[in-house]
Structure formats: C-alpha cells, structure tokens
Design a protein around this ligand. Structure first.
Ligand code: ATP
Length: 193
C-alpha cells in the first residue's frame, strides 16, 4: 500500500484544514519542537483505526479534537482523510471523524463502514495502526524491551496475518452461538416428542 495524501481538520494542533502530499521516494517533515510532526504520524495511525487513547498521547479519544488556545475556541470535531493506492493499484480513501459526545465514524471510498472493516483492510495489506512501518518516538527502545509474545505480534502485523486472528475469533464466536442455537433447538424438539 502506498500512502499518497493525508488531510487533517481539527485534529490536535491542525485546527485549520491541512493537506500533506506524500510523493514517491522520501518525504521529510521538518519544523521546530512542538510544531506537530508527531501529530502527523498519530493522524495516520488514528485514521487506520487506532483505538488506544494512550498511544495517541491522550487521556480519552476526544482529546484528539483541537482543544483551543488563548485566541481560538475549541473545535467540536476532528477529521482525518487518508488517500492511498492498494497493492492492486486501486485508489483507497479512508475517513475517520470524531465528534464530541458522538464517538468515531469511518468511511471507505465514501461508504460508511465499521471500525473493524478499516482495521482489517489495513491489516490485510500488512499495514495499519500497529504496523512496525510507523515508528514513533520511543518505539525502538520498546522493540528492544519487548517480550517474545509482543515481538511475535509485531512480526505478524508485518507479515499481514494479524487480520487472520481477528477473523478466526469472529468465526469461533459464530460457531459457539450456532452450537448454542442447535442445543436450544434440540431441547425444543425433545419437548415436542
Ligand atoms: P517534538 O519535535 O518536540 O517531538 P513535534 O513537532 O513532534 O514536537 P507534536 O508533539 O506533534 O510536535 O505536537 C505537539 C503540539 O500539539 C503541542 O503544541 C500541543 O499543544 C499540540 N496539541 C496536541 N493535542 C492538541 C489538541 N487536542 N488541541 C490543540 N493542540 C494540541
């Protein structure tokens, strides 16, 4: 997957709509301390379905919404749009929007989808909010200190098989509920005899 564009509005320090084009090759973002460089990486992880406020350096998920300054009022929503090309060269546009008191909503190519669909889309393309390709500050030290099970999880994300675990869990839970239904049906049928 190749990210081509990132659009932000009301996300953390990006109060005004901002657009970042990612050209082929190397794209660098430079700026003084605190200007929002890490917020850009967090925006990428957030639109890919990150659901841990802690890894967004936030107390709660709504904290990603522009909180206001002495001169500017806070916003009541944040939106991030990520444009990319998938491995087949198809255009992909993913939008995540959060409104105060209303939680997050996702769209893929203009269609409303669930958070899980977005996470699976990226996991299948061997990327996503926890992809080892997104290296934030402190991440290297974290990899070095990681337990074997955590390292295995990182390798699975990199290999694009993390989505399979989610699907296996889904399938197992469907199987369990079908087995329960079957048991109920058998009880009912026994009652009819
Ligand atoms: P450094 O080089 O020091 O790591 P940086 O360029 O990576 O800095 P960030 O950490 O991305 O900067 O941005 C921090 C800035 O974002 C701070 O000024 C902080 O006040 C601002 N910020 C974070 N969340 C919000 C928010 N919800 N509303 C407004 N501003 C925010």
């Amino acid at each position: 997957m190749e990210i081509s564009r990132l659009k932000l509005s009301g996300f953390k320090s990006f109060v005004e709509p901002a657009e970042l084009r990612v050209e082929r090759g190397l794209t660098g973002v430079v700026g003084p301390n605190g200007c929002g460089k890490s917020n850009l990486l967090e925006a990428i992880r957030w639109v890919m379905g990150e659901n841990s406020p802690k890894s967004m350096r936030s107390g709660g998920m709504e904290d990603v919404i522009f909180a206001g300054t002495e001169t500017r009022p806070p916003r009541d929503f944040a939106e991030v749009v990520l444009q990319a090309k998938d491995d087949e060269g198809e255009e992909l546009e993913v939008t995540r929007r959060i409104e105060r008191g209303a939680g997050s909503a996702y769209r893929v190519n203009g269609r409303d989808v669930r958070a899980k669909d977005v996470a699976l889309t990226f996991a299948d393309a061997a990327t996503g909010a926890h992809s080892p390709a997104l290296v934030s500050q402190g991440k290297i030290a974290q990899v070095i200190a990681a337990k074997p099970a955590e390292r295995r999880q990182m390798l699975e994300e990199a290999a694009g098989i993390a989505g399979l675990h989610v699907r296996r869990k889904d399938a197992e839970s469907k199987l369990r509920s079908t087995e329960k239904n079957l048991e109920r049906l058998e009880d009912l049928m026994a009652g009819l005899d």
